[in-house]
Design a protein around this ligand. Structure first.
Ligand SMILES: [Zn+2]
Ligand SMILES: [Zn+2]
Length: 197
């Protein structure tokens, strides 16, 4: 079993104050992996990955991509994707890279969420647990269940205090982004809150 916080912003996101090294230290302490999902860039994720062995934390490259219709989390991309495209197109580009697309906080009441598009887009998963946006979303869980999509959880940390405090449970530790993508495609995951040790 392995837990990964699937939604973490670092100082590479303009709105986040999370220091990358402090995030790695905290994740190591909690015993969770981190998917770094800065807004519209994978630079922070790549830097974190280069430090993952030293800090003994499993790090996965992700990104929270702004689309015309709301934000989408991508896991396993190697190249950044152009911003503010229609969500359909963003998801196509994510899939072309062999990566998976997950609706971020789909029903959060702001313009950054996909809302009813979550019911129709070619998503692989839905963020059911977003700690910064109030925890488990019943509506998000319902759409994930009814469409048979993966249920993802993460902290959406913009400050160190939330890093690693929520995540997604996998049956075993993914060794790479490819592994992580495979588990999400197989829906072998569930959202979980992390108790402090
Ligand atoms: Zn967001
Ligand atoms: Zn976010």
């Amino acid at each position: 079993m392995s837990i990964i916080d699937m939604h973490v912003h670092t100082e590479f996101s303009p709105c986040s104050r999370v220091n990358l090294l402090e995030a790695l230290l905290k994740a190591a302490q909690l015993g969770v992996g981190l998917a770094i999902t800065d807004h519209d860039t994978i630079k922070g994720a790549l830097k974190a990955k280069s430090l993952s062995q030293k800090y003994e934390v499993n790090v996965f490259v992700g990104c929270e991509i702004s689309t015309k219709d709301g934000q989408i989390l991508a896991y396993g991309i190697n190249e950044e994707i152009p911003l503010y495209l229609p969500a359909e197109q963003t998801i196509e580009l994510i899939h072309e890279q062999g990566a998976v697309a997950v609706a971020s906080h789909p029903f959060r009441s702001d313009r950054e969420s996909l809302f009813e598009k979550t019911y129709v887009l070619s998503l692989d998963g839905v963020e059911v647990l977003n700690l910064a946006s109030g925890g488990i979303s019943r509506e998000a869980r319902e759409v994930a269940v009814s469409r048979g999509l993966a249920q993802i959880g993460g902290s959406d940390a913009h400050t160190l205090s939330l890093v690693g405090e929520a995540g997604t449970k996998f049956p075993y530790k993914p060794e790479s982004e490819e592994d992580l993508v495979k588990l999400i495609k197989r829906r072998e995951c569930s959202p979980v809150k992390v108790a402090r040790r």
